[in-house]
Design a protein around this ligand. Structure first.
Ligand code: 13P
Length: 338
């Protein structure tokens, strides 16, 4: 398959991406929040339970894995990337090495991981990965994100994307403007626009084929500490407007991150975006927390009750799948904890 074909499949209607690529540190925090010890066996057990769920076939186009997971074998002796492929989904891999302090800036972050990336991509391809992910983070404060932070991260994202395409894989380009803070929704719009414009500028300079990427942005939201929540309609129209003005036509689509939204909010907002979508772009999900939160809580209650865990995960995946086609309805959420 060409990278253009893979990118199209990743944003296909009715399906989305499961971001199960939490680093060992982040996964440790997630497991701690439900009082489970974070060790290799437990991390695999939870992830394997999700990867063998029914909704993998119907609602999940791809799974982003972490380095530890892509090398693991399931309890039935199947390599994890094989298991994902067998369910009709595409294995992907997180390749950045995390956001580190950006020297010369005021507490901002730069994502690292370019050194040796070409060699690592070769190995990941052999292990079965067909797409990759790199996340840049930007905080909103009175003077931030600075031009330095916006430029440095866009440059790194573009160099990553070029290396990934050279290895015949699709780069997920993830510039995440964080929800933390007390800013307005319009400030999020303004910052996200600047960030996206600079990313596409660098992608062009680095000769990245835009038909072979997937953009993973934040939705346009007010800061988590802002005094008022925004309506679903406002979030959807501002998100769509921002992307229409910044995204070149060649990009096949967008797979949003959930970024701290609740499960239902993330589904509802995506559904609304698809309701008003008047573009040729496909809008889908690449959720971590908003796909796994309820399943994680269910797992922590009874780790052996695989059926219950899978039922909860299948529900969330199907609800999000429906929202990619603007077919989600609130009444279908009844009887499921969020
Ligand atoms: P969330 O959906 O939890 O924001 O995670 C998505 C992701 O992959 C972050 O890099």
């Amino acid at each position: 398959m060409t990278i253009e074909e893979i990118a199209k499949l990743m944003v296909t209607k009715g399906k989305g991406i499961l971001a199960a690529d939490e680093s060992t540190g982040t996964m440790g925090k997630r497991l701690k929040s439900v009082n489970i010890e974070s060790n290799e066996k437990n991390r695999l057990h939870f992830r394997e339970t999700l990867f063998t769920s029914d909704s993998m076939k119907t609602s999940i186009s791809g799974v982003i894995l972490y380095d530890e997971t892509i090398r693991q074998t399931s309890s039935k002796g199947v390599l994890i990337p094989e298991l994902i492929k067998k369910s009709g989904s595409i294995p992907g891999i997180k390749v950045d090495k995390g956001a580190k302090l950006l020297a010369g800036s005021d507490d901002e972050k730069i994502t690292e991981g370019l050194d040796g990336l070409r060699e690592r991509m070769e190995e990941y391809y052999k292990l079965g990965a067909r797409f990759a992910k790199w996340r840049a983070v930007y905080s909103i404060a009175s003077k931030n994100p600075s031009e330095q932070c916006i430029k440095a991260n866009a440059h790194a994202l573009a160099r990553y994307a070029a290396i990934v395409q050279e290895a015949k894989m699709v780069p997920i380009v993830e510039p995440e403007v964080l929800m933390d803070g007390g800013h307005t929704i319009d400030r999020c719009y303004e910052v996200t626009s600047k960030v996206l414009i600079e990313c596409f500028n660098e992608l062009k300079i680095n000769n990245v084929n835009l038909k072979g990427i997937v953009l993973k942005p934040n939705m346009i939201l007010p800061g988590a500490n802002y005094k008022q929540k925004a309506s679903t309609e406002e979030i959807a129209s501002k998100t769509l407007d921002c992307l229409k003005k910044t995204m070149p036509k060649d990009v096949p689509g967008v797979a949003f991150l959930s970024g701290g939204q609740s499960e239902i909010e993330a589904t509802k907002n995506l559904n609304e975006i698809n309701k008003i979508n008047d573009t040729n772009f496909n809008f889908t999900f690449s959720y971590g927390r908003a796909l796994q939160q309820s399943a994680l809580k269910t797992w922590a209650k009874s780790m052996k009750d695989l059926k219950s865990i899978q039922k909860v995960f299948d529900h969330r995946a199907k609800m999000n799948g429906a929202s990619t086609e603007a077919k989600w309805e609130e009444k279908n959420e009844q009887n499921f904890a969020a």
